[in-house]
Write a protein that binds this ligand. Structure first.
Ligand SMILES: [Cu+2]
Length: 239
């Protein structure tokens, strides 16, 4: 895209001034965006060429952006090494959801080297995809494990410094909306994410269900009867 700004020519009389300055402004915005974009793309390409990790893909699944040795900026050294095993499948789903992980929250010290094993207990594809990582190590800011059908996959990455809450989810269409959503807190985290099953979303014992089964059920029935009587009298169904 050419970023040269056209000079005001004689042909542009008073009438066209407004239009031209608008065009100039929009050209400036487009140019700024494209420069920013090329910087971003450039840095990503640079890092992809510097690091051997990238995508490991086969019929059974994939690992994206494994990182076993590069320390994120701000980590003087690894604070420790941890391992987790996460199961993913329909069998862990709570009422109102269809897919789920068997855990929905993790907490680790900043700069932890974390090895994740994802076990898929379903026949459909599931992922453990974490967002918001530094892009100079992890292209697109993601670390992903994917298992297509029953099976498992293991990979390692290094958590950044600082207190932050990271989104973990399955990116297969509709799986996150149907319950496959979790959060990983580094340090103290920076809050809870919305609709995390069992944390900020529906729990196993949904309070609405309990309340509904209790006195409100009776109250609704009573109101229904009263309403019917009132409507009946209005319509002169009774004398
Ligand atoms: Cu899934």
């Amino acid at each position: 895209m050419g970023c040269s700004l056209r000079k005001n020519s004689q042909q542009g009389a008073e009438v066209f001034r407004g239009g031209q300055s608008r065009r100039t402004v929009s050209t400036l915005i487009v140019c700024t965006l494209s420069v920013l974009l090329s910087i971003e793309v450039g840095s990503t390409q640079e890092h992809e060429s510097h690091h051997h990790h990238g995508m490991q893909l086969d019929n059974a699944g994939m690992v994206m952006n494994e990182n076993t040795d590069q320390l994120p900026r701000g980590c003087p050294r690894l604070s420790g090494e941890r391992e987790i095993t996460v199961r993913a499948g329909k069998e862990f789903a709570q009422p109102g959801t269809m897919f789920a992980y068997d855990q929905n929250e993790w907490n680790f010290a900043p700069c932890t080297k974390l090895t994740v094993t994802l076990i898929n207990t379903d026949t459909v594809r599931h992922q453990w995809m974490l967002h918001g990582l530094p892009r100079y190590i992890y292209p697109m800011g993601m670390f992903t494990l994917e298992v297509a059908g029953k099976g498992q996959r293991t990979s390692t990455f290094i958590l950044p410094p600082g207190d932050k809450t990271y989104l973990v989810h399955c990116d297969v269409s509709q799986h996150m909306e149907k319950g496959m959503k979790a959060q990983l807190k580094v340090g103290a985290g920076d809050g809870d994410l919305p609709s995390i099953p069992g944390i900020t979303g529906p729990r196993l014992r949904d309070p609405h269900v309990r309340v509904w089964n209790g006195w409100t059920h009776g109250a609704v029935v009573l109101f229904g009867i009263a309403g019917a009587l009132f409507a009946g009298r209005k319509l002169r169904l009774f004398a």
